[in-house]
Ligand binder design. Structure first.
Ligand SMILES: [Zn+2]
Length: 839
């Protein structure tokens, strides 16, 4: 498939305007292909000129342009030439299209639990053309009507309100103008819960085998949906733009969720039959709020070209975290933002591939390069920049600016310049001046606090970087049992200031801890003075605000990453401070980082065993009696975090026998009970350690025929520590027959630090196979394999060199796949450096 370039998109947008699509699909015709008829009405500003429309069919049957037959053989790759256009044109395209198994196009999934089949259009970027003929670029928006012919017991939903028209046919109402990448259709024997809120039909949908968790969670999901809907209604002058709001939990979606106007699609593992923590429920709620924000940011007003992905994602990210905290009982969202999202922004922003939040359009040369824009910079850094912007302008002025932006560009497209104009008008300030360092340049600033040295001189915050920061400095004194917050002092660090002097009251009397960026309002690296470092080492867990603890944990993580603090210090801090932790989000993230990055990648192999032992012993502590005074929202959830941590870190014979006894008893002593997720997690760990056999995997696979169970079994089979099992998993991964989810699960099962010797021969083969897959056009497979199948544990110079040689072959092209591998190599190189440092 040829990627559309920026120049081509610009030229086509100058020439054409889309007046409407009608898309008719017939999905009754078998497992491989579906029928697709597209009718497009469009104008051409230069009569006689030619253009093209995109389509990736299995078979192009018929093309009629302005009443004249066009030879289907003129289709070249994914482009159908449209010569001799008139001022007003009508195009009809009839084709058979292939179903997708890898999450690009109309994805077809058959549920192993009951044999039922489900379809969902997995759109985004240039995937619409895999379903219908499309002018597939974001700034050619048009109204869409659709009709789907489906088996009689199916439900069809999509962007416009869907109504059954008899004989399995469904008609979908016309939408306002929308971009092709946001068109969706969802079809299958879905279970639906329908209601109405403020005159707008709301629907929740899931496959039949997830009916129980859907019904269990429906009240919570709808309460969050209503609360967020009301909040957006209150703050946005522009009313909700579409005729309905469906939320469909669809199988095998590659991303977390997709913001299709009027019909958001979510990964259906958000509906887990197994127990989840409050932190996980909060993440699901954040995603609900995020996708709803997109109805305005991205759907109502759309970026002109993919360089402005941030106009969608940074805003949806910021609004999602903010609105959820403002409108629901999930008030701890910014702690999760710091721990789960912002670190992805910091990591991406410190790699060679870092880019500005809002790059120039030429810097995203085509739709393939655009895929790489969906990263920690466009989401987390952009959202952090907006949080800074609000800290500067104030919420009412910020809202006035964005409401003006909606009013001016509703149902159209916009750029960074359009947004800045609106914000500058609303504030009377030069927001462009602020945007230059924050949105137009890559990288992270560093704020370092220092005390008066020698005493009698001044303390200061020194600043490396070129961005203005409005931050709060936390001043803490030692108190009985906790660090007492003396004050949070607002500090303005101008863009060009090398240092800002602190008021004398900040440092006299001498505080135990000075914490820059307390409250996490800015986006920066923080470095502490030596006294504060000591204070933090002894008292991190005694900071009363979880958000302050999150800032502190991120600060330590950054020091480890930069090779300034020994990785075992992070582990020591976890062992010291987590037993008193009351926030399951913090505990989960810290244990996860210690387990998968510190133990597996940053510590020398000789220290790994001791690290895992420390982690299991920490998790046993967390499973013990909790301090009576703790303010847990629920000790149950902390126990779940601890049980998962213990399972993942189990290594010695005592751990193995403990896990077998949990399986036998069906529960962790004292709780939680083992559900399917925990059972499979235990079986995976036992398999990796060589303590569970293929027979045990097959026994559990027979008991659990759900789609999630199938994936878990595949993960376990790939994890068996024998050469036949590894060879079988390897062959399956390269076969090209696995769905994206199956490939991911198999790859996750394949590599383990515990099996480094057994796997060493596969490391060079991995890079050769990756290059082959990319060169042969299996880009989806290569991408999934690079993201989820990279040999993370093989932290050594030989692997770095093999990876670099793979990059040098050029087989991965110049776009998003190359970037994925380059980023993996950079992280690997960093791990080699950290691991080999002489601590
Ligand atoms: Zn989004």
């Amino acid at each position: 498939m040829t990627a559309l370039t920026y120049e081509e998109a610009q030229e086509r947008a100058r020439l054409l305007d889309v007046r409407g699509y009608r898309v008719e699909l017939d999905v009754t015709g078998g497992e491989e292909e579906f029928g697709s008829v597209t009718m497009v009405r469009f104008g051409c500003r230069v009569p006689g000129a030619g253009s093209f429309i995109e389509l990736s069919p299995a078979r192009l049957r018929r093309v009629v342009l302005n009443g004249r037959e066009v030879d289907p053989a003129t289709l070249t790759g994914n482009r159908l030439p449209l010569p001799g256009l008139r001022e007003a044109n009508e195009l009809r395209v009839e084709a058979d299209m292939p179903y997708s198994r890898t999450g690009a196009g109309l994805h077809r999934f058959t549920d192993t639990a009951d044999g039922e089949t489900y379809l969902a259009l997995h759109g985004g970027l240039d995937n619409a053309q895999r379903v219908f003929a499309a002018f597939d670029q974001p700034d050619l928006k048009g109204p869409v009507t659709a009709a789907v012919t489906a088996p009689g017991n199916w439900t069809v939903i999509g962007n416009g309100l869907a109504r059954p028209a008899g004989d399995g046919r469904w008609e979908l109402a016309a939408t306002p103008p929308i971009s092709t990448y946001l068109v969706t259709l969802v079809a299958g024997p879905y279970v639906s819960i329908s209601t109405e809120h403020r005159g707008v039909p709301f629907g929740l949908h899931a496959r039949q085998s997830l009916a129980a968790p859907l019904r269990r969670d429906a009240a919570e999901l709808l309460a969050i949906t209503r609360a967020c809907f009301d909040r957006y209604r209150e703050i946005f002058a522009e009313p909700y733009p579409y005729d309905s709001y469906d939320q469909a939990f669809v199988p095998e979606l590659e991303s977390g969720a997709v913001e299709n106007p009027g019909c958001v699609t979510f990964r259906d593992d958000f509906l887990s039959p197994s127990a989840v923590t409050r932190a996980e429920r909060q993440i699901r709620a954040i995603v609900i709020a995020h996708e709803m924000a997109h109805m305005w940011f991205g759907d109502l007003v759309t970026m002109r070209w993919w360089n402005d992905v941030w106009l969608s994602e940074s805003f949806a990210e910021y609004m999602g975290f903010r609105v959820l905290a403002d409108a629901t009982t999930f008030t701890g969202t910014w702690t999760t933002f710091a721990l789960a999202r912002k670190i992805g922004g910091y990591d991406a922003d410190q790699r060679a591939s870092a880019h500005p939040v809002a790059p120039e359009p030429q810097d995203v040369p085509d739709t393939d390069a655009a895929l790489a824009s969906y990263d920690g910079i466009s989401y987390a850094k952009g959202a952090s920049a907006l949080r800074q912007l609000v800290a500067w302008l104030g919420w009412p002025v910020f809202l006035a600016g964005i409401n003006d932006y909606f009013a001016r560009h509703r149902f159209g497209c916009a750029t960074l310049a359009d947004l800045l104009d609106c914000l500058s008008r609303a504030s009377g300030a030069d927001v462009g001046e602020w945007a230059r360092p924050w949105l137009r340049s890559a990288g992270v600033d560093t704020l370092t606090v220092s005390r008066p040295e020698p005493p009698g001189r001044v303390g200061c915050i020194s600043h490396v970087g070129g961005r203005p920061h409005r931050v709060w400095l936390g001043v803490y004194d030692e108190g009985p049992g906790e660090l007492i917050l003396r004050d949070r002092i607002p500090v303005h660090v101008p863009a060009d200031a090398a240092a800002v002097v602190l008021p004398a009251a900040t440092v006299r009397p001498e505080p135990a801890l000075l914490l820059p960026n307390d409250g996490d309002f800015s986006y920066c690296k923080v470095r502490l003075d030596p006294v504060s470092q000591n204070g933090l080492a002894s008292s991190l867990g005694r900071l009363s605000d979880p958000l302050s603890r999150a800032v502190a944990w991120n600060g330590v993580r950054d020091l480890v990453r930069d090779g300034e603090v020994a990785p075992r210090q992070y582990l020591a801090l976890a062992v010291r401070h987590l037993p008193g932790e009351t926030d399951d989000s913090i505990a989960g993230h810290v244990i996860g980082y210690a387990r998968w990055t510190i133990a597996d990648r940053y510590l020398p192999p000789g220290q790994r065993g001791a690290a895992l032992a420390d982690l299991t012993s920490l998790c046993r502590d967390l499973l013990g009696p909790r301090p009576a005074a703790s303010k847990d929202h629920s000790g149950v959830e902390m126990r779940l975090v601890a049980a998962r941590g213990l399972i993942d870190s189990a290594s010695g014979p005592d751990d193995v026998s403990a896990l077998w006894s949990w399986l036998a008893a069906g529960r962790v002593p004292g709780g939680p009970d083992l559900d399917s997720r925990l059972r499979w997690q235990i079986l995976l760990r036992l398999t990796v350690l060589g303590a569970a056999s293929r027979a045990e995997i097959e026994h559990d696979a027979d008991q659990d025929t759900t789609a999630a169970g199938r994936l878990s079994a595949a993960r376990c089979r790939a994890a068996l520590p024998d050469s036949d099992a590894k060879q079988a998993a390897w062959g399956a991964m390269l076969s090209g027959t696995l769905s994206g989810y199956e490939l991911t699960a198999t790859a996750q099962g394949f590599w383990h630090a515990d099996q480094a010797d057994l796997l060493s021969g596969y490391v060079p083969r991995y890079f050769a196979a990756l290059a082959d897959a990319a060169a042969s056009g299996a880009v989806g497979l290569a991408r999934t394999w690079c993201r989820h199948g990279f040999p993370q544990h093989a932290v050594d110079a030989v692997t770095v060199r093999a990876a670099e040689r793979c990059l040098e072959t050029g087989a991965l092209g110049q776009g998003s796949l190359r970037r994925l591998l380059a980023d993996q190599i950079e992280d690997l190189r960093r791990a080699v450096t950290v691991r080999s440092a002489a601590w």
